[in-house]
Each structure stands twice: as structure tokens, then as C-alpha cells.
Design a protein around this ligand. Structure first.
Ligand code: ADP
Ligand code: MG
Length: 386
């Protein structure tokens, strides 16, 4: 889809911003470009929509050298989102979003319908926000409008240059999650620039880690964290990469412990037998349609009390959907001061995650990466000039 072949950019003052860059991005892939300030990320990005021309090498879009494509036509196929969103202050949110369709000469009605559809897609109700002006929005909402506007003409490629850099960390995480959901629907080919390794890891299908003007490693996030290719990358991803890995490793059903299960209407006697059979000190309590109610301690059954599980069960608030990150699981454990948390698939109870299982899941992801890296097929040197 996008292919860099030995691309360099030397500015007239002699600065080499990008040095002999070769890589390929597949259709529908989200690549994050990460590295410290001044390493050439923005230069890389602007060469794709020809805001900057390379001084050597070439860039192909869908197999065609972009040097031969009219820049205006090229940019219609490439959405561009930057940090200072650049919304027109005197235009409403709806008008801002409809900018590109309008420029393309779509009929007013169609442009506005498309804009409304996109505002929905980025989580802004057009009937609430459509007629507002940019200064009547929060920073996070403005970024959403920026994303909606870039998507308006449905370009196959999206360039995003530190789009969430200016918002606070909480809003930022929201925007990242929303963007991931959005990307699942729209499947654009995305180049996403950030200087934040955490963001790169969370969003990227693959990450290009930049050193000075060069890519030091181009790999899946877990591989970058698990097996940094150079000391530079190891240093950049940081000593706390075990923690970062928590945020890219998902809970899988196989990670879960299966404690005994009892139901609200079971008698205490039968609950006690169930726990004794598993030599367990507690059981998970489900209600009649198998959704999570809470837990029952073996102590409650040993007091010889009569009655049903319902009378002695305790509510359990801490639960997570399957597929959540281990980081989310860990912080939920801390938040509820819980030794375990239930994992649900929709309403259905799957099992519980304990600190020991969390640790095992982490090990599993490290081992998987080390194997993946052994047979890595991502090799920058395989890109040849024809
Ligand atoms: P990043 O986006 O990673 O912070 P840039 O691509 O903006 O980095 O810049 C890469 C290098 O090129 C930096 O050293 C920067 O100072 C230099 N640079 C960027 N634009 C120009 C320019 N127009 N003229 C000269 N040097 C530039
Ligand atoms: Mg930059």
C-alpha cells in the first residue's frame, strides 16, 4: 500500500532528517512511528502527502511513485490529522467536518449527511455538537472533529502527527481507545506519529522505532518490548517495559482459573460439598441465568448454618470483559483490593484472574514474542529497488 524505497531527506542547511529509509505498510495496517523529538517522524509523514519532497529514493502508493501524482489529487486520498487541529474558528463543527466533501464539489446535502455520519462515528452527537463552534468544544472534542474531518472523503490512507499530544492523559487514553474502535470499522492504512512509546505500543499493529533519521526496529509492539533489536531501542522503550507489556497483553480464556461454581438457590450443604470436592476455600456465585453475583467463603458453610447460598453470598464488583489488557486487570485488582477478579464474556462468566495467573499470562506473552522474533519475517533489507 505504502512503500518507502531508500528515501532520504536532506534540508538545504545540511540537516539529514531522514536517512535511507525503506519499509512497507500493508493495506489496513496501523503503523506507529515513535522516537524522540527531531528524529525525522514529521518529515517522513509529510513526504507521503508531498508537503515535503524527498532528496533521494521514492515513495510508492498502491504501486505508483507519488512523485508523478498531482499533489492536490494525492491529498484527496490521504487524510491528515495534526495536533493543532486547524479547525476553522468561524465555521461550525458540521461545516468543518464537511470541508473536504465541500471542496470536492459534493452537493451540500450529501456533504452534511456525510459529516453527521462521521461525527457519530467519532462519538459526537451531531444534533448536540453539529452547530457549535470550535471554541465551544473541549480539547478532546476538537481532536475528534479533526479525525472526523480527515475521514470525511473516505480516503484510504490516514496520516496522524501526534494527534492526541495536547490533551491530558485521561482524555488521551479515551481518544486512543475510541480511535482503535474506529479503526476496526474503517480499516484505513494509518501512519501515526508519536513520541510516546506507551501510545505507540497501544495503537500500533507494528511500530517503527526511530533513531536519528533511521528506523532502529520495525516490529510488532510486543516484540519491540520483549526483544529490543538494539541497545538504543532497549533504552528508548525503557526499563519498565514489563509494565508496558501489561498494556499490550490481553486476557485469554486459557489464562483463567476455574474455581468451583455455585448458584444462588443452592443449599449451603451442596455448596460446601462442591467446595470440598475441589479443596477450595471459596466459590463463585452465579444467579439463575449464569451471570455473576459474587462469591461464597467456605467459612460461611462451615458454621453449620442452614439456608441457601443467597443468604451468605457476598457481592463481587470487580469484573472485566475477556480481551481486556493485563494492565487493566492489574489496576482493577488494586482498585478493589481484590485477590481475584471475574472475567466475563458479555454476561457469561468465564473464570477468574488471580495475581499468579496474571504473572503466567505475562510470561506466556514474553515467550511467544521471543519465538516470533526468532523467525521474524520483517526485514528492512528485503526492500529492493527494481
Ligand atoms: P520529529 O517530527 O521527529 O520531531 P522532524 O521530522 O520535524 O522531527 O525533524 C527532523 C530533523 O530535521 C530535525 O533535526 C529538524 O530540526 C530538522 N528539520 C525539520 N524541518 C526542517 C527545515 N525546514 N529545515 C531544516 N531542518 C529541518
Ligand atoms: Mg514532529
Amino acid at each position: 500500500m505504502i512503500r518507502f524505497e531508500h528515501v532520504s531527506k536532506r534540508y538545504p542547511d545540511g540537516t539529514t532528517a531522514v536517512d535511507d529509509l525503506s519499509f512497507e505498510v500493508a493495506e489496513g495496517e496501523l503503523i506507529t512511528l515513535v522516537g524522540p523529538s527531531g528524529c525525522g517522524k514529521t518529515t517522513t509523514m509529510k513526504m507521503v502527502n508531498r508537503l515535503i519532497e524527498p532528496t533521494a529514493g521514492r515513495i510508492l502508493l498502491d504501486g505508483a511513485d507519488i512523485a508523478g501524482v498531482d499533489p492536490v489529487k494525492l491529498r484527496r486520498r490521504i487524510g491528515y490529522v495534526i495536533q493543532q487541529v486547524g479547525l476553522f474558528p468561524h465555521k461550525t463543527v458540521l461545516e468543518n467536518t464537511a470541508t473536504v466533501p465541500h471542496l470536492l464539489g459534493w452537493q451540500r446535502r450529501r456533504s452534511r449527511e456525510r459529516a453527521a455520519e462521521l461525527l457519530h462515528l467519532v462519538g459526537l452527537d451531531p444534533s448536540v455538537y453539529g452547530d457549535r463552534y470550535p471554541d465551544q468544544l473541549s480539547g478532546g472534542q476538537r481532536q475528534r472533529v479533526g479525525v472526523a474531518r480527515a475521514l470525511a472523503a473516505d480516503p484510504p490512507v490516514l496520516l496522524m502527527d501526534e494527534p492526541f499530544g495536547a490533551v491530558d492523559p485521561v482524555v488521551r487514553e479515551h481518544l486512543q481507545n475510541e480511535f482503535l474502535k474506529l479503526q476496526e470499522q474503517v480499516r484505513k492504512t494509518v501512519l501515526f506519529v508519536t513520541h510516546d512509546i506507551e501510545e505507540a505500543v497501544r495503537l500500533g499493529d507494528r511500530i517503527a522505532v526511530y533513531g536519528q533519521g533511521r528506523i532502529e526496529q520495525f516490529d510488532a509492539p510486543a516484540a519491540v518490548l520483549g526483544a529490543p533489536a538494539t541497545p538504543y531501542v532497549a533504552d528508548f522503550v525503557g526499563a519498565d517495559r514489563g509494565l508496558k507489556r501489561l498494556s499490550v497483553t490481553r486476557i485469554e480464556p486459557g489464562d483463567l482459573e476455574k474455581p468451583p461454581i455455585v448458584h444462588l438457590d443452592d443449599t449451603l450443604g451442596s455448596a460446601a460439598r462442591r467446595m470440598a470436592a475441589d479443596d477450595a476455600r471459596w466459590a463463585v456465585v452465579l444467579d439463575h441465568d449464569d451471570s455473576l453475583h459474587g462469591w461464597l467463603s467456605a467459612d460461611a458453610t462451615e458454621s453449620g448454618a442452614a439456608g441457601t447460598v443467597r443468604d451468605h453470598a457476598r457481592r463481587m464488583e470487580a469484573w472485566l470483559p475477556v480481551g481486556s489488557s493485563l494492565k487493566h486487570a492489574f489496576s482493577t485488582m488494586l482498585q478493589y483490593d481484590a485477590g481475584w477478579i471475574a472475567v466475563l464474556d458479555g454476561e457469561r462468566f468465564l473464570g477468574v484472574l488471580t495475581p499468579a495467573r496474571l504473572h503466567e499470562a505475562l510470561r506466556r506473552s514474553i515467550d511467544a514474542d521471543v519465538r516470533a522474533v526468532d523467525r521474524a519475517d520483517v526485514d528492512l533489507d528485503t526492500v529492493h529497488s527494481p
